[in-house]
Ligand binder design. Structure first.
Ligand code: FAD
Ligand code: NAI
Length: 475
């Protein structure tokens, strides 16, 4: 007799593990299956996010930022650092510890919420008794059955068509987070989120970083004014960003990789790098699920086809996170996971795609929610804009980090906030206020009338909201 569950979740990334916890909270007997292994072969739940994504990248971003501050930022505060040293091995070990704390935290949460965890690869066997049989191939093999299945199998790095990742010279996000010694010359293909975050890490630690981007515009999805400011600031720090390139032959050698490409002006170029990170987007992961065998429909890009409520074409089979349409973000995956568990319980789970925030954890950080100015123009929406620079914010001056700005976009007639865009210190934290405001459909005036602590970076948010009505007080 196979074990029987109300809900089986395949994948314990942020989409899957959160869905499993919420399902268990709602009273369902719940299983969660995940195949990720730590270096000892044990379970490492948390998916891409915890193991080779959000968490380790933020750990290295923090460590490398401290290093850069100690080397270049502290002097103006009158703090003299002599004999500054760098121990990359220790930095990577700390990052691995942070990852393990998160893996262990999820295993603890499974226990606490009585989620049954299975370590191995889950695949559909067949539908049976109004539910599904799922085979788990791990250390051994077993089959469990469940009435509902939530697929949360995530995504993998996309490789260039003619060069595979070897994680030694040609690196995906995985290898990019584990380079053992700072490369002298680091090449990055793709000036997207991973390219800019990982490029920042290794530049701060001393690498000469060149980022090669196919598109002629920098961060095309970001509000143009903010992207322009970010480009200026990141370039000034030393990231050599080349836009509008066409990548040609990539030839890994013994100890380096040569990249041939055509630059924006059409000139043939060749560069030789000690390491090459390829960060050109991610592809959905349905490997080994037996999607075809069970008749689970994929779209033409390989994502599992779902409706607005994350229902697949199969009854009681749901899919969430990176393996379905929409932004590939951990918090989007989590929201979908919770909403699906609640829908299974007959509740009205809800995900508002208009208020999903984005953050790029460079320094300064870039964060936004809602529509960009170029989107509003294209849609013919009448809007008002207000901006406020951190240069005029007292807390930013005290911090010694006055780069960037906050920008509000509000409906010209109703004053409803349509988008908020930021580049500057700690804007990953500041963006939450804008998300809350938009979720409650606040007007710019609402924010402008709220008392913000002084001195705080959040005052820049209030001032940008005041600027919508051309009444900034401090600029
Ligand atoms: P995943 O996290 O990919 O988890 C899927 C899990 O399913 C994995 O553990 C996998 O092993 C398992 N699995 C797959 N198939 C099977 C199977 N058949 N059986 C059993 N298990 C299976 N997002 C942010 O919001 N903020 C960030 O700062 C951020 N930083 C990132 C940095 C990097 C370098 C990368 C690569 C990504 C980053 N992301 C970030 C994106 C984020 O990691 C993903 O959006 C998120 O992990 C998606 O969650 P998920 O649950 O859908 O899938
Ligand atoms: P991305 O989509 O952010 O950026 C990929 C970039 O590569 C784009 O600018 C694209 O134009 C460029 N590109 C594509 N093909 C190319 C080619 N052949 N030559 C040169 N350039 C090319 O993808 P990325 O950086 O790989 O990250 C994947 C996803 O992971 C992100 O979209 C995001 O969803 C998630 N992520 C989120 C983070 C965050 O929230 N802070 C951090 C890192 C990743």
């Amino acid at each position: 007799m196979s074990k029987n569950f109300d809900v089986i979740v395949i994948g314990a990334g942020p989409g899957g593990y959160v869905a499993a916890i919420r399902a268990a909270q709602l009273g369902f007997s719940t299983a969660c299956i995940d195949e990720w292994k730590n270096e000892k072969g044990g379970p490492a739940p948390g998916g891409t996010c915890t193991n080779v994504g959000c968490i380790p990248s933020k750990a290295l971003l923090q460590s490398s930022e401290y290093y850069e501050h100690a080397g270049h930022g502290f002097a103006e505060h009158g703090i003299e650092v002599k004999n500054l040293g760098l121990n990359v091995g220790k930095m990577l070990a700390r990052k691995n510890t942070v990852v393990k704390q998160n893996n262990d935290g999820i295993l603890y949460l499974f226990k606490k919420n009585k989620v049954s965890f299975f370590h191995g690869r889950g695949s559909f066997v067949k539908s049976s008794d109004g539910g599904y049989e799922i085979k788990i191939a791990g250390a051994g093999e077993e089959t469990i059955s469940g009435k509902h299945v939530i697929v949360a199998t995530g995504s993998n790095a996309r490789a260039l068509s003619d060069v595979a990742f070897d994680e030694k010279l040609v690196l995906s996000n995985d290898g990019a987070l584990s380079i053992e010694a700072v490369p002298k010359k680091l090449g990055i293909i793709g000036a997207g989120v991973i390219g800019l975050e990982m490029g920042s890490v290794w530049r701060r630690l001393g690498a000469e970083v060149t980022v090669l981007e196919a598109l002629p515009t920098f961060l095309g999805a970001v509000d143009e004014q903010i992207a322009k400011e970010a480009h200026k600031l990141l370039t000034k720090q030393g990231l050599a960003i080349q836009l509008g390139v066409k990548i040609g032959a990539i030839t890994p050698g013994q100890n380096n990789v040569s990249v041939e490409y055509t630059d924006e002006k059409g000139n043939a170029q060749k560069a030789v790098f000690d390491k090459l990170i390829v960060s050109i987007g991610r592809v959905p992961n349905t490997n080994g699920l037996n999607a075809e065998g069970i008749g689970l429909k994929l779209d033409d890009r390989g994502f599992i086809s779902v409706d607005g409520d994350c229902r697949t074409n199969l009854p009681n089979v749901w899919a969430v996170g990176d393996v379905v349409r929409g932004p590939m973000l951990a918090h989007k995956a989590e929201e979908e996971g919770v909403a699906v568990a609640e829908r299974i319980a007959g509740q009205h789970g809800h995900v508002n795609f208009n208020t999903i925030p984005w953050v790029i954890y460079t320094s300064p950080e870039i964060a936004w929610v809602g529509k960009t100015e170029q989107q509003l123009k294209a849609e013919g929406v009448a809007y008002k804009a207000g901006t406020f620079p951190f240069m005029a914010n007292g807390r930013a001056r005290a911090l010694g980090d006055t780069s960037g700005m906050v920008k509000f976009l509000a409906d010209a007639k109703t004053d409803e906030i349509l988008g908020v865009h930021m580049v500057g210190p700690m804007v990953s934290e500041l963006i939450s206020e804008a998300v809350v405001a938009m979720e409650f459909r606040a007007s710019a005036e609402d924010i402008a009338r709220i008392c913000h602590a002084h001195p705080s970076l959040a005052e820049a948010t209030k001032e940008a909201a005041l600027a919508v009505d051309k009444r900034s007080l401090n600029f």
